[in-house]
Design a protein around this ligand. Sequence first.
Ligand SMILES: Nc1ncnc2c1ncn2[C@@H]1O[C@H](COP(=O)(O)OP(=O)(O)O[C@H]2O[C@H](CO)[C@@H](O)[C@H](O)[C@H]2O)[C@@H](O)[C@H]1O
Length: 490
Amino acid sequence: MYIVQIASECAPVIKAGGLGDVVYGLSRELEVRGNCVEIILPMYDCMRYDHIWGLHEAYLDLWVPWYDGAINCSVYCGWVHGRLCFFIQPNSQDNFFNRGNYYGSSDDNLRFAFFSKAALEFLLVSNKRPDIIHCHDWQTGLVPVMLYEIYQYHGMSNQRVCYTIHNFKHQGFAGNEVLRATGLNQESYYYDYDRLRDNFNPFAINFMKGGIVYSNYVNTVSPHHAWEAHYGEEGYGLGHTLELHQSKFSGILNGVDYDVWNPEIDKYIPHHYNIDQLENKAKNKKALREKLLLQDVDKPIIAYIGRLDQQKGVHLVHHAIYYAIHHGAQFVLLGSATEKAINDWFCHEKAFLNDHPDVHLELGFNEELAHLIYAGSDMIIVPSNYEPCGLTQIIGMKYGTVPIVRGVGGLVSTVFDRDYDQNHAPEKRNGYVFYQTDTPALESAMERAISLWYQYPKEFEQLIQQGMEYDFSWNNPGAQYMNVYEFIKA
Ligand SMILES: Nc1ncnc2c1ncn2[C@@H]1O[C@H](COP(=O)(O)OP(=O)(O)O[C@H]2O[C@H](CO)[C@@H](O)[C@H](O)[C@H]2O)[C@@H](O)[C@H]1O
């Protein structure tokens, strides 16, 4: 099958979070299964050019209709660790992708509406006719809309769209200027409740809603989160739309690319190890302490890696730092915040704890350091308010780092409490789970994990191994996406 992914991220060249991991990992799996896969991305000024091989201009003079005129674009092409990627660079004064960061501009809706239009225009004029177009998140929600309403009449009537939602909170809202800019026009048609009109704001169109309405198949990234989004508040107002389109909606649990995230071959960690060789994990712990100037003592290291955002339960992350250092553990945090108040808060904490021998807070994005933290830590916390899938607990398990998570979304489907899980035999349990969003709930789980580490080291090692035994590779989800593609293919 010929599959084109259209997305705003692809790891490691463009990665703000888990979306990048999924676009890369899924694409590799699909190729391993014999499909032809291409990825279309924006050409950001701030992406990691050092991860692109053989970057060259692939299409000159792409003219993308925009308002009453057109914007000239260049399309570059190169390989990102074996994946063929096309990067769209608009040559206009809007500087859509030269902002020094991927997201966070006041015109993000126009930037990504343009990207979606440009990706389709590129497919059209370069005569690419994939069987499947796979889009991700709000940034590309307008792709199926424009494909159905415009491009199918220009010779793209056999293309089918799978739309994956990684985060319902960010939906992409705009006014009618986006309709004019993209050539959709016809305000009254698109402002219909059954099409793009936001379910709560009658004056806004909603990109993600468009993606749901117009795609041939829609999924989010775990079955449990699909249920939460459909029936609970985690759909952020799109529950009714999912209800109307339930026959084409499901949850497919993410995988993790074990060529990238694997302590046996990881090029960013000094000592390789596997389930039978855990003594080398201890050497990575030592290396992590040396790198982050933590004192070398007999204590467990608890880590947090992720965006610092309300979604991630930042108040509990903050509480975990102090709980850890007051209960005989060390704490390492690697995170970045886009929201100023949260950034200021953690900068303040960093300054306050700077000389503490048992804490290191690293604010910013650092892919290489993330690998060493997964390898060198004993436990990883994921106290999210909501979590569509969550990759850090899955990566943690592969590196023998025991997850302590809140029981929501994909965390429910991947982490099974050592002491209380009712559905898995003791030898299948792999971490600690708590449910409430208050601090005693978090503390109870951390307390159990830290006590086991101190009092029953053999049993803690057993728990590590039980987590490492799980297979969360792309193999199973890859098969599920193939089924979806076969199902919707023209
Ligand atoms: N400061 C930093 N430095 C280095 N690396 C960092 C980092 N912060 C995060 N990362 C890395 O980014 C990834 C984050 O994965 P998450 O599952 O937390 O994704 P996120 O919430 O962004 O995405 C959404 O999409 C993903 C994919 O579908 C879902 O799993 C998730 O639930 C949903 O919220 C991991 O690979 C992690 O190591």
